[in-house]
Structure formats: C-alpha cells, structure tokens
Design a protein around this ligand. Structure first.
Ligand code: ADP
Ligand code: MG
Length: 264
C-alpha cells in the first residue's frame, strides 16, 4: 500500500509568458496507502492537473509530490490510469486492450501478463468478451475494460479521472459498486475525480473538495462508513451532513434552495 504526499504544490501554465495561469496553488494533501480519495470540484478547478502531477505526466511549478516515498514519475508500473473515455483501440480485442500498457512497456512481457489480464477481466465481469472487439461492448463494459487496463501492471495506485461521467445513471451505479469491491479486494490506493457529490460520498474514505481561481483544496473530509456499503448510506444523517458541508464549501450557503413562483 503506497501513500501519496502532495506538498505545497503549485502549477502555473505559461509561467514566464505574457499570460501565466495558476491552475493549482499551494496544494497540500496526504493520501494514505489504501485510501479511496475523491477529488471533488467544479470544472476547471485543477482536478485533472493534480492527477497528472501525481502520475508524473506534469511537473509542478513549485512543491513536491512523493509516491510511496519516491518522486512521481511517468510509467505504468506504480500508477494505473483510467480516463473519462475508455479510449479502447478498436482494432484490438478486449484482452489485448487490457494488455496494451504491458505492450507499451515491452512486447516481450505480454505473454507473461496474459493470465493476470484474464483474471482482471474475470473480476470486472468481462471474461466472456475477452476476444471480442470493443465496438461490440456497451459503454459500461468498455469502461470496465478501461479499469482492468488501469490495473493490469498491478500498480500500487489507481488514478481515475471522471471515469463514470459519460455513463447513464444505472450503469454508473453498477460501476460504483464494482469500484468499491475492487478497492476492498485489492487494498490499493484509489484517487478518483468526480463532479458528483453523492458519488464522492458513496465511494470514498476521504474527500478533498476543490475550488477554482486559483485551483486549491478548500476542505478535506473523512467518510467513515463501514463496508460493505449500500446506496442506503446516502440517506443517513451522516451522509446528508457531509453533503451539506460540501455544498456549503462549493456554493457558500446551505442548503441550496430553488424557489418557485405561485401557480407553478
Ligand atoms: P478540471 O479537471 O478540474 O476541470 P483542469 O485541471 O483540466 O481542470 O484545468 C484547470 C485549469 O488549468 C483550467 O482553467 C484549464 O484551462 C487550465 N489548463 C489545463 N491544462 C492546461 C495547459 N496545458 N495549458 C494551459 N492551461 C491549462
Ligand atoms: Mg478534468
């Protein structure tokens, strides 16, 4: 179980140019090994930028990020990535798509990882379509394959950038359960980006609420529900309280009300 330490991280795009833009400012965040941490905030508050910095795909302008005590660096070994769009290659089978990160690292490793890839497909309920092309799969199934691909190198940390945003509500709930199960089974550190407050509350052990201009963490909340989790927990007083706190942080007042005129 690897932790992630984000220390005083700022990211300025176009630093030194005419129009520098501060996407992240003074972000401090300790993500314990085995945590399920959600980054929650409006569009443009720097969630993807922070995730890319953790993955080593982007370098902070100031500050440090340590993954398991070492520097964040690009590569699929330590960190798995799952994106909003599954981006499966249409000419490769589902199995070969899951094996794609292995192939990028070294073709000679592909054979060795086949069993692990099949086990992952089994875990996410896709072993029966392993040899099909991705076009024949539903959106939810494609995203399951995307998650399996993120886990294929057995990373310590799985970073997910709004993986469920493009899915219909019911498929999304299905995948939420699946993700909690995978987190519990693997004990890995999950970092999950979402716009959805209930989704963050249902999935997480910790929520970092972010604000924009400049992108920063405005609040860090613990979510202490026990496992197994059922959707019912969202109706509990504790969950409602957490949601209120988050909305107050994002919208500046609580609860948010909509007033309707007479006769409506
Ligand atoms: P989020 O994922 O929360 O929607 P992003 O991390 O994608 O936000 O972006 C945060 C801000 O940084 C946005 O205003 C975006 O336009 C800006 N930004 C992101 N990447 C770049 C880049 N490569 N160059 C310039 N600005 C960028
Ligand atoms: Mg984003």
């Amino acid at each position: 179980m690897k932790d992630v330490q984000i220390e005083n991280v700022s990211k300025v795009f176009g630093a030194g140019g005419a129009n520098p833009f501060t996407a992240l400012k003074d972000v401090d965040l300790a993500i314990d090994g085995g945590a399920f941490l959600s980054l929650l905030g409006p569009s443009g508050c720097g969630k993807s930028t922070l995730l890319r910095c953790i993955a080593g795909l982007e370098q902070p302008t100031h500050g440090n990020i340590k993954v398991g005590g070492g520097p964040a660096k690009p590569g699929f070994d330590n960190i798995g990535l799952v994106f909003q769009s599954p981006n499966l290659l249409p000419w490769l089978s589902v199995l070969d798509n899951v094996l794609y990160p292995v192939r990028v690292k070294s073709r000679s490793l592909v054979k060795q990882y086949r069993v692990q890839a099949m086990e992952l497909l089994e875990k996410v309920g896709l072993s029966h379509v392993a040899n099909q092309l991705p076009d024949s799969l539903s959106g939810g199934m494609q995203q399951r394959a995307g998650i399996a691909r993120g886990l294929v190198m057995d990373p310590d940390i799985l970073l997910m950038d709004e993986p469920f945003s493009a899915l219909d509500a019911m498929t999304r709930e299905d995948l939420q359960f699946e993700l909690i199960r995978l987190h519990q089974e693997t004990g890995k550190t999950f970092v999950f980006v979402t716009h959805s407050i209930p989704e963050a509350v249902f999935l997480s052990t910790k929520i970092a609420v972010m604000e924009s201009f400049p992108g920063r963490i405005s609040q860090l909340l613990n979510v202490d529900f026990t496992y197994p989790r059922a959707l019912d927990i969202l109706n509990s007083e504790q969950a409602i309280e957490i949601e209120h706190t988050i909305r107050a942080s994002i919208y500046g007042k609580t609860p948010v009300e909509v007033t309707t005129g007479e006769g409506h």
